[in-house]
Write a protein that binds this ligand. Structure first.
Ligand SMILES: C[S@@+](CC[C@H](N)C(=O)[O-])C[C@H]1O[C@@H](n2cnc3c(N)ncnc32)[C@H](O)[C@@H]1O
Length: 400
């Protein structure tokens, strides 16, 4: 910006807005004074008074919080959590929305991302994974610790810690972090597993409970390091395994790649499906997860675990024997062009893509399309109730 342009802050100003559609990120879009305003704590179709939280003249985009509702939407409910309000905890986005309506908002987001970023029209439905009220599901909660040693969660788009006595989406089995000596600590994580194991981790170090938690998925036991990756919703592992297996249609003797394999969740079931005559190549870059995977998969010699970045393994000639199926479950940033090109170059008959960010998925779907793979099926699951996060599993197949 040149030094002569006005830079008046609009923060704190209140404006009355007609709220438009939901957008990715937990906010709705409104228009004001020729600009787009991303409004939290609102719902499409509402009229609200909003306080601007970010924006400096002459910005074309502003952020705002709905501070009072002039005309509420029928899907609005009182937030069950006392910390979920403008200026409060930034952990949840949809405490003010009925659970079924939350899923409809998320479906609209996935549809919009696929349409805008990949040019794909897909009638997305976000499926519930339980009949709960969206509370008490989170088996891993990372608290920031404020200057007085109190655990809390951060305000939206801020480093400021909101001290929290009780997080309502936290699983009831999580160990207490309150009352611990946290004066010299900047973060504390509480973790619990499906079989009742727990741990407390302060600044990356396990200070109570187990260093590795046991999990049980379809009767099979897994162990994963307390501070490492494991699916967060108690229903997630089984729901995702079932969907991956259904889309992968693996036969005995097949070769399958499980990219971003973590501690071996999908590889265990893919390994059982291909049998001793088949092969699973599990690729994972995190040393702790690889160690867990080696232990979790020790009874499945058909699974080969590769401790390396996915892009490096895809670049090797040894993989040119073409897997029948590629499963990939990348982190939030998605697989990106280099990995997508590497997967497509193997010419698998099926690609099963597990995605925790619909924008990253849609960008990668667009790249797959350029390489001859089309989206043929997609399921989306409400694995993060009250938040704007949603898990998708997509099946991509060669376009004829
Ligand atoms: C979303 S988790 C999926 C784990 C596993 N599929 C599961 O459901 O438990 C993503 C995994 O990818 C790993 N990862 C991230 N970047 C990677 C890369 N470039 N190459 C290999 N693994 C990577 C992370 O360590 C993490 O274990």
């Amino acid at each position: 910006m040149s030094g002569t342009e006005a830079t008046e802050s609009l923060v704190g100003r209140t404006v009355e807005l007609e709220i438009g559609p939901i957008a990715h990120g937990g906010h709705c879009v409104a228009r004001w004074d020729g600009r787009a305003v991303f409004v939290r704590h609102a719902l499409p179709g509402e009229r609200v008074v909003a306080r601007i939280t970010e924006g400096v003249e002459p910005a074309r985009y502003l952020r705002a919080d709905a501070v009072s509702v002039v005309r509420p939407a029928p899907q609005r409910v009182p937030a069950p959590c006392q910390y979920a309000h403008p200026g409060g905890c930034g952990g949840c986005d949809f405490q003010h929305v009925a659970p079924q309506a939350q899923r409809e908002l998320l479906a609209a987001v996935v549809r919009e991302q696929l349409s805008r970023l990949a040019g794909v029209d897909y009638d997305v439905v976000v499926e519930p994974v339980d009949d709960g009220d969206g509370l008490g599901w989170r088996t891993r909660v990372s608290y920031a610790v404020d200057a007085e040693g109190r655990p809390g969660l951060r305000r939206h788009r801020s480093h400021e810690v909101v001290p929290i006595e009780r997080c309502l989406i936290a699983h009831p089995d999580l160990p207490a972090v309150h009352g611990r000596a946290l004066a010299a600590v900047s973060s504390v994580q509480a973790v619990c597993s499906g079989v009742g194991d727990t741990a407390v981790i302060a600044d990356g170090r396990v200070v109570a409970g187990r260093t590795r938690l046991r999990e049980r998925v379809h009767g099979r036991e897994f162990r994963s390091s307390s501070g490492g990756f494991w699916q967060v919703h108690p229903r997630a592992a089984e729901v995702l395994v079932d969907t991956v297996l259904r889309y992968a249609e693996v036969c005995p003797g097949d070769t399958v790649c499980d990219l971003y394999a973590g501690s071996g969740l999908f590889s265990a079931f893919l390994g059982a499906a291909v049998g001793r005559q088949g092969h699973v190549i599990a690729v994972e870059s995190d040393s702790r997860a690889v160690k867990d995977a080696r232990r979790n998969l020790h009874d499945l010699p058909q699974v080969q675990i590769r401790h390396a970045p996915v892009a490096a393994v895809l670049g090797e000639r040894t993989l040119s024997e073409a897997p029948d199926v590629v499963v990939l479950d990348p982190p939030r940033t998605g697989a990106r062009a280099r990995v997508v090109r590497g997967v497509a170059a193997l010419r698998p008959s099926r690609v099963v893509y597990v995605a925790c960010d619909p924008a990253a998925l849609a960008r990668d779907v667009a790249i797959f399309a350029e390489l001859g793979y089309g989206l043929s099926q997609l399921r989306a699951f409400a694995l993060f109730p009250m938040t704007h996060h949603v898990e998708c599993v997509a099946l991509l197949e060669p376009m004829s």
